[in-house]
Design a protein around this ligand. Sequence first.
Ligand SMILES: Nc1ncnc2c1ncn2[C@@H]1O[C@H](COP(=O)(O)OP(=O)(O)OP(=O)(O)O)[C@@H](O)[C@H]1O
Ligand SMILES: [Mg+2]
Length: 235
Amino acid sequence: METTTTVRAAALELEAVSRHHGRRGGLEAVALDAVSCAVPVGSFTAVVGPSGSGKSTFLQCAAGLDRPTSGTVRIAGTDLGRLSEAALTRLRRDRIGFVFQSHALNLVPSLSIVENVVLPLVLAGADPRDARVLDQGRRLLDRVGLAGRGDDRPGTLSGGQQQRVAVARALVNRPDVLFADEPTASLDPESAALVLGLLRDAVRLDGRTVVMVTHDPAAASWADTVLTMDGGRLR
Ligand SMILES: Nc1ncnc2c1ncn2[C@@H]1O[C@H](COP(=O)(O)OP(=O)(O)OP(=O)(O)O)[C@@H](O)[C@H]1O
Ligand SMILES: [Mg+2]
């Protein structure tokens, strides 16, 4: 008898990933305790759990912003632990998108809005004066409902609008994984729904993979999969 198995490639894999923090007096804080999971390509995953349960540590290790104490993290098959700092920086720039909690952290105030969107491309070597590069940024701004605002400064936007620009910027390099840490924490419910809708569209329409940390059950309900953390472990 013939059997068919559908194997969906993992965009992100963690194998027994732990992150300990040294403390004065020699006691170690275990922020992440042997966490294993696989996030399929084209899925929207929410990571929830109480304060201090390790959600941000999970995201930082998964995104190559922090190095685990032990265990393996793979992004689209690449083992991050085997990369030099320079190679890890390139991988973050070229294959990962980030949206942070605070819109104040997300955008560079001295650049125009469209320059902020294309910043990852410019850091990878694209010419910021190239009309094709800027057009790409303007198309994404159109997509997030901010057509016509590209030449303004981020400071002229509301918090929710700035988070939408941050999503556009996180998508500009067509990342293997878009990571978001509490992207809607400082937003009113309407602005939060717009941002969450953009993340969901990136998954449904473009096949991107999104991993989002959130405190908010309403935000988590937009995801296909909810991972719950407790005491540094996945429940
Ligand atoms: N640099 C550090 N040094 C020592 N302990 C740390 C450090 N960073 C995190 N921790 C500890 O690791 C645990 C997990 O922290 P983490 O920030 O990942 O939690 P979280 O789930 O994101 O919490 P929150 O919902 O409050 O943002 C906490 O007990 C925290 O105190
Ligand atoms: Mg956190």
